[in-house]
Ligand binder design. Structure first.
Ligand code: NAD
Length: 297
């Protein structure tokens, strides 16, 4: 591949694209509806384009970091619509599995490969190039993409065929949301039983209840009541949880813990937690904010 493209220069995409420009040594054609973001990445060496179609006309491999499949579908179709098409589109957004697989089949018929490579970890990891990237596609596609994805992530893992990268990413996040919900309950019970929250989590981290979510979401956010904006906001967390429920439904399975957690997240959103970091759900769990209606599993 001689030329690259990147569309979607948001909280994650901008630092990811900057790393790709810096480390790949290849020209990277860029587009976002937000001209300011395009300007910033262009100042770092990205090649500004006026539309997705223009990126498609110049790049061999195009990376997407868009809000959801609702944006991925039209952008991918615009990329594949011109006389000169990219050979491959790599969706790094967190996207619906069934719609990703359908889009991959549609694009394949038009001669364009579509690979899913959603990212886990934080905006800081995007900046440092230490994301965890879950790839869904053939082994050959994974091997081809690995050097480019390694510009953005420190762990680039092959999960299985098309869509499997999304399955792993979506279930990782659902597991985190359910754990954050459980940690919120444990923290509330512990505090009301006379324990200092920080000490409780410190002690739990030394025992069999230890987990990544306890050490990070629990110790850095929940006990400190620190829920900044622009760090995985509740609105995106709800999108990801709904993707997990769609996945369960497609497999004719009605999950109880995931459904309860999803409902609770929607209640928190209704109560005003929209752009804050998603562990702010503890405020609903411990009764500081009130749900508008009963939450049923
Ligand atoms: P964001 O909203 O900050 O960025 C999305 C970007 O896409 C924006 O710059 C927007 O202008 C652009 N965009 C939207 N529609 C477009 C279109 N039609 N054409 C061109 N540009 C368009 O979102 P983000 O936080 O960077 O997240 C991107 C993806 O990564 C999401 O799928 C999210 O679920 C996932 N993700 C986010 C995080 C996080 O911590 N923020 C972590 C892991 C994964």
């Amino acid at each position: 591949y001689k030329t690259l493209g990147f569309i979607g220069l948001g909280v994650m995409g901008e630092p990811m694209c900057n790393n790709l420009v810096r480390k790949s040594g290849l020209p990277v054609h860029i587009f976002d509806m937000n001209a300011d973001a395009v300007g910033r990445v262009a100042a770092n060496g990205g090649k500004a384009e006026a539309s997705a179609a223009d990126v498609g006309a110049k790049a061999d491999v195009v990376f997407l970091s868009l809000p959801s499949i609702d944006q991925v579908e039209p952008v991918a179709r615009a990329l594949a619509g011109g006389a000169r098409k990219p050979a491959m589109i790599v969706d790094m957004s967190t996207s619906d599995v069934a719609r990703s697989r359908a889009l991959a089949a549609e694009l394949k018929a038009r001669g364009v490969a579509f690979v899913d490579a959603p990212v886990a970890r934080t905006a800081e990891a995007a900046l440092k190039g230490t994301l965890l990237i879950s790839v869904g596609g053939s082994v050959a596609q994974y091997e081809e993409l690995k050097p480019l994805l390694s510009c953005m992530g420190s762990d680039v893992l092959h999960c299985g065929d098309t869509g499997c990268g999304q399955v792993v990413k979506i279930l990782n996040n659902m597991m985190v949301f359910m754990t954050v919900n459980a940690l919120s309950e444990v923290l509330t019970i512990g505090r009301r039983a006379g324990m200092d929250g920080e000490r409780l989590f410190e002690l739990l981290a030394g025992g069999s209840a230890d987990s990544f979510a306890l050490r990070n979401h629990g110790m850095k956010s929940l006990v400190k009541d620190s829920f900044p904006e622009k760090v995985f906001p509740m609105v995106y967390a709800i999108k990801d949880a709904s993707l997990a429920l769609s996945l369960a439904k497609a497999g004719s399975f009605q999950p109880k813990i995931a459904s309860y957690t999803y409902n609770l997240m929607c209640q928190a959103h209704d109560a005003g937690i929209v752009n804050n970091y998603h562990p702010a759900i503890v405020q609903l769990v411990d009764g500081r904010i009130t749900p508008k209606q009963d939450v049923k599993p």
